[in-house]
Design a binder for this molecule. Sequence first.
Ligand SMILES: *[C@@H]1O[C@H](CO)[C@@H](O)[C@H](O)[C@H]1NC(C)=O
Ligand SMILES: *[C@@H]1O[C@H](CO)[C@@H](O)[C@H](O)[C@H]1NC(C)=O
Ligand SMILES: *[C@@H]1O[C@H](CO)[C@@H](O)[C@H](O)[C@H]1NC(C)=O
Ligand SMILES: *[C@@H]1O[C@H](CO)[C@@H](O)[C@H](O)[C@H]1NC(C)=O
Ligand SMILES: *[C@@H]1O[C@H](CO)[C@@H](O)[C@H](O)[C@H]1NC(C)=O
Length: 463
Amino acid sequence: MSKTFTVLLVLVAVAPSVLAQSPIFGQCGGENWTGPTTCAVGSACVVQNPFFSQCVPSAVTTPTTTATTTSKTSSSTSTTKSSTTTTKSSTTTTKSTTTTTKSSTTTTTTSAPSGTACTVTAIAQVSSATASCTSIVISNLAVPSSTTLNLSKLKTGTTVTFEGKTTFAFTDWDSDLIDIGGEDITIVGAPGSIIDGNGQAWWDGQGSNGGVTKPDHFITLKSTGTSLLQNLHIQNWPVHCFDITGSSGTTITGLTLDNSAGNAPNAASGGLPAAHNSDGFDVSSTTNLLITSTTVINQDDCVAVTSGSNITVSNMVCDGGHGLSIGSIGGKSNNDVSDVLFTNSVVKNSQNGARIKTNSGTTGTVTNIEWSNIQVSNISIYGIDIQQDYLNGGPTGTPTNGVIINGITMSNITGTAASGAQNYFILCGSGSCSNFDFVNVAITGGSDDSCNFTPTSGNFKCT
Ligand SMILES: *[C@@H]1O[C@H](CO)[C@@H](O)[C@H](O)[C@H]1NC(C)=O
Ligand SMILES: *[C@@H]1O[C@H](CO)[C@@H](O)[C@H](O)[C@H]1NC(C)=O
Ligand SMILES: *[C@@H]1O[C@H](CO)[C@@H](O)[C@H](O)[C@H]1NC(C)=O
Ligand SMILES: *[C@@H]1O[C@H](CO)[C@@H](O)[C@H](O)[C@H]1NC(C)=O
Ligand SMILES: *[C@@H]1O[C@H](CO)[C@@H](O)[C@H](O)[C@H]1NC(C)=O
């Protein structure tokens, strides 16, 4: 360890230009980071959060510190004064010491061009921050009523860090509360941070089916390039949580979506859970998406994919909702979904484990979908559900065949349904299901299983 360290130092002293440097917007530090900690000429290493430091163009970090920016930052961090020269030398001489790197880069963060608020503590600062900063900290922001937190046009390569508690005032309107968009963007939650949608102010047991006018989605995401959402803790969203539409190349990891407060009835919900239609992730017209290592506690679909391709959902814990779903498919602007994998996940206390629902009388395609290694427990309606008679407000009971379902794999799906539930329910339209491979599917505890289509291969027995 120390030997390598010495060699590194010598290299730095002898030929600094040869040593690997991170490119502008590249990573240069963070917990467990073993890559370069120096930045390309014209950029400096800025700590975005304990897990991620990034090379930010120096133009953004030229010290022209004003009294206001200095005092703002000094309340949240301990080091504030130092010059660019000090920063540079401290980075070079103490490469392996995270503490020093942190304090040196803190300095850089404080020194945005005058008039530019890269730390957003009031909604009025959002537009200038998104227009000019590639490193934005949303710090204890209280979003006022009739306002969307508009991060929809982030500059390419921007990192947004949520720290402290982000809150939203009530408005009876149907407008998203947070819009996020951009290319190569990184959205992270600082340790201990919470994004609280104040759902209690809207919840009336009716979700998007009636009652108070509500934001249909809490957060919209349209991210491209290579984008990352990490470690966000989100709670109490009004109706659906994420609407991911038109995204590509995005990884979502380490999120907690906790709507458990919406399980209890309230004065307006007539004995029903106060929160309703509270999907965790709604995905449409999206490609190359990975959602992983995420917990969703809610009252509707954990993940619902209605169109798009090459989507992987893994290492999920889904608690209290409607399971890992494809659909409902049909009657929308895009009705084709292919190459979706749900794997290595737990679905508990939920209406369904794995399901596909296609809308009655519509057209579309559902191709090459796999669920594998799913552990279910306390399922209250269907362990596995494939139904082609769906209508919001109640299935018709008569399947239609306009949506073609081809290539469904269920493998190693095990666990328990509650008594009164059905382990399996398959209701295909005439000729519209083909190539089902069900291997090692064993859900027990329910009764009255019903399947009008027998998987083409595997060892599945419906009853
Ligand atoms: C850093 O490594 C430790 C030990 O392997 C691990 O527990 C921790 O989660 C890692 N941190 C990150 C941010 O990956
Ligand atoms: C959000 O901000 C962007 C600029 O960052 C602007 O172009 C867009 O019109 C704003 N959206 C709304 C709904 O105001
Ligand atoms: C599918 O998406 C993953 C990211 O989740 C990506 O790494 C992979 O290259 C994509 N595959 C294709 C065929 O585009
Ligand atoms: C089973 O799940 C339901 C929600 O569907 C929940 O109300 C109930 O408490 C759960 N039962 C157990 C034993 O966890
Ligand atoms: C089956 O899935 C469970 C998770 O539900 C996993 O722990 C187990 O290893 C899987 N078994 C095989 C043979 O892959």
